[in-house]
Design a binder for this molecule. Structure first.
Ligand SMILES: C[S@@+](CC[C@H](N)C(=O)[O-])C[C@H]1O[C@@H](n2cnc3c(N)ncnc32)[C@H](O)[C@@H]1O
Ligand SMILES: [Zn+2]
Length: 207
């Protein structure tokens, strides 16, 4: 479930669509959370899906720390990568939060290196810190800054409006623990699914 104060906009022919804020989304706001309509596709399930869906699966799903492909039913599947992303999630968790204030008209972005990216992506994020090509093994480099950003965002989690709280409520205790013990917040490195398994996942959709 994507934050409600967002809309889909066209970026260009190559990148396609992106998700943009329609209202201010403050630091610490949950921007996306897994919801019951999102599909969690196990390796076995992916193997059963006909090859004609390979392109859709590659473009619109991301691989979680268990090797499952997540397919968002809403505009969450249109979130683009930025090398200076404004949304990150603690490692292994199925939610993301704003790691800085997001202004109306600003694009909501994540870092694909935290989502078990399978193929390098020639990046058009436009950031002055653009890595040029986003690579699956950028994760350690990304963790060196994103873990600190997530910790700072957590300090605001109970102070800002949280329209997506319902979808993280079952993790209430864990979130409180992370809030009070910032060192317990799992590093984005915990998003990593072992690379040989990722290869297997991509093979299983025929690439
Ligand atoms: C999950 S989709 C995001 C939605 C996509 N923009 C669309 O309209 O279908 C992922 C794809 O978007 C494109 N994309 C996302 N971020 C990008 C970026 N920073 N630079 C270039 N292409 C990007 C790539 O084609 C990527 O495979
Ligand atoms: Zn970039």
């Amino acid at each position: 479930m994507l934050h409600p104060d967002t809309e889909l906009r066209t970026i260009n022919d190559e990148v396609g669509y992106g998700v943009f804020a329609t209202q201010p989304i403050p630091l610490g706001t949950i921007t996306w959370a897994l919801d019951p309509l999102d599909q969690i596709l196990t390796l076995h399930r992916v193997e059963q899906i006909e090859n004609q869906y390979d392109g859709i699966l590659t473009r619109f799903t991301w691989v979680n720390a268990n090797g499952h492909r997540i397919l968002c039913w809403d505009f969450g599947r249109f979130m683009n990568h930025s090398c200076e992303a404004n949304s990150f999630g603690p490692g292994g968790c199925h939610f993301e939060m704003a790691v800085r204030d997001i202004a109306p008209g600003e694009e909501l972005t994540c870092d694909y290196a935290t989502l078990n990216l399978e193929q390098p992506l020639v990046c058009q994020c436009g950031s002055s810190r653009c890595r040029g090509v986003v690579k699956p093994d950028d994760l350690e480099y990304v963790a060196s800054t994103s873990d600190g950003l997530i910790r700072t965002a957590f300090t605001r989690v109970r102070q800002v409006k949280q329209p997506l709280w319902h979808w993280v409520e079952s993790q209430n205790k864990e979130i409180d623990h992370m809030l009070h013990h910032p060192h317990s917040i799992p590093s984005v490195l915990k998003h990593r699914w072992l690379s040989e398994q990722t290869t297997k996942a991509s093979k299983s959709i025929g690439s």
